[in-house]
Write a protein that binds this ligand. Structure first.
Ligand SMILES: O=C(CO)[C@@H](O)[C@H](O)COP(=O)(O)O
Ligand SMILES: [Fe+2]
Length: 254
């Protein structure tokens, strides 16, 4: 009698364990925090990169602006080469390429030590070819969309890229206000592409991280909130905890 009741119970327990395992294995992504060094003292970029890694950053988000795609200028591959020499081989460089002709810099950025080349969908007429070129040069591929671009325009490329970047400000400047109305894009992407790395960038910090995490973002760029903090280590840890908890919750809900 006891045995016959215990068998179905055991089946239920095993089924739910299997479901948990399969859902966590299809959710290959994890919480990662990448400070944007745009808001730091640009005369000390090398030491700022080292400081961010020492404070627990998972990667570094480097904003390249050409004064044409966006109304601001930052730096190019010569600076990336210097930063790579300064920080060593380990830190992962996510290049946010806010440039009009992203095709032009692929080889130079790869040679300079970039790990991921994140270009804007709005900046190219041939995303498919550019994705192939980036992969051929040995870098991972990120694909970014500005606030005015729909996420459905990005979707056809989602299975060919490593990361989708949903901008939560108009690209060009650090320190802008987070656009919460971009969160439906993140939720939609997460529902259609459960294992894709999804990054948010712009106005993200302790006050806005919950919205990003709930929507399904797992790669978090944070500039001024981290750099201008007296305690960047705690801010990075807090951002990571909020995202990790949301990932855990999503995996249990499935
Ligand atoms: O790409 C950009 C701006 O165009 C960003 O990477 C910002 O630099 C992030 O800075 P905060 O908005 O977090 O201050
Ligand atoms: Fe950026």
């Amino acid at each position: 009698m006891i045995r016959s009741r215990a068998v179905p119970l055991l089946c239920v327990v095993l089924r739910s364990a299997c479901r948990r395992q399969s859902s966590s294995s299809s959710m290959a992504y994890s919480a990662k925090i990448g400070p944007s060094i745009l808001s730091s003292d640009l005369s000390c970029l090398g030491s700022e990169c080292v400081r961010m890694m020492e404070c627990g950053a998972d990667y570094l988000h480097l904003d390249v602006m050409d004064g044409h795609f966006v109304p601001n200028i930052t730096f190019g591959h010569p600076m990336v080469e210097c930063l790579r020499k300064c920080v060593g081989q380990d830190p992962f460089f996510d290049m946010h390429m806010m440039v009009s002709r992203p095709e032009q810099w692929v080889k130079a950025m790869a040679a300079a030590g970039a790990n991921q080349y994140t270009f804007h969908l709005e900046a190219t007429s041939n995303p498919g070819n550019l994705i192939k070129e980036i992969k051929a040069s040995g870098m991972k591929v990120g694909l970014a969309i500005k606030p005015g671009t729909t996420v459905q325009e990005l979707a056809p490329w989602a299975n060919q890229i490593d990361m989708a970047l949903v901008m939560t400000v108009e690209p060009g400047f650090g320190g802008q206000k987070f656009m919460e109305d971009m969160m439906p894009k993140v939720s939609w992407l997460r529902s259609k592409f459960p294992s894709l790395d999804i990054e948010v960038d712009g106005g993200v910090g302790p006050d806005t991280i919950h919205k990003c995490a709930e929507a399904g973002a797992n790669m978090i760029v944070s500039g001024s909130a981290v750099i201008s903090s007296d305690d960047p280590r705690s801010v990075i840890a807090l951002l990571r905890t909020v995202v990790a908890e949301a990932i855990q919750k999503r995996s249990l809900d499935r």
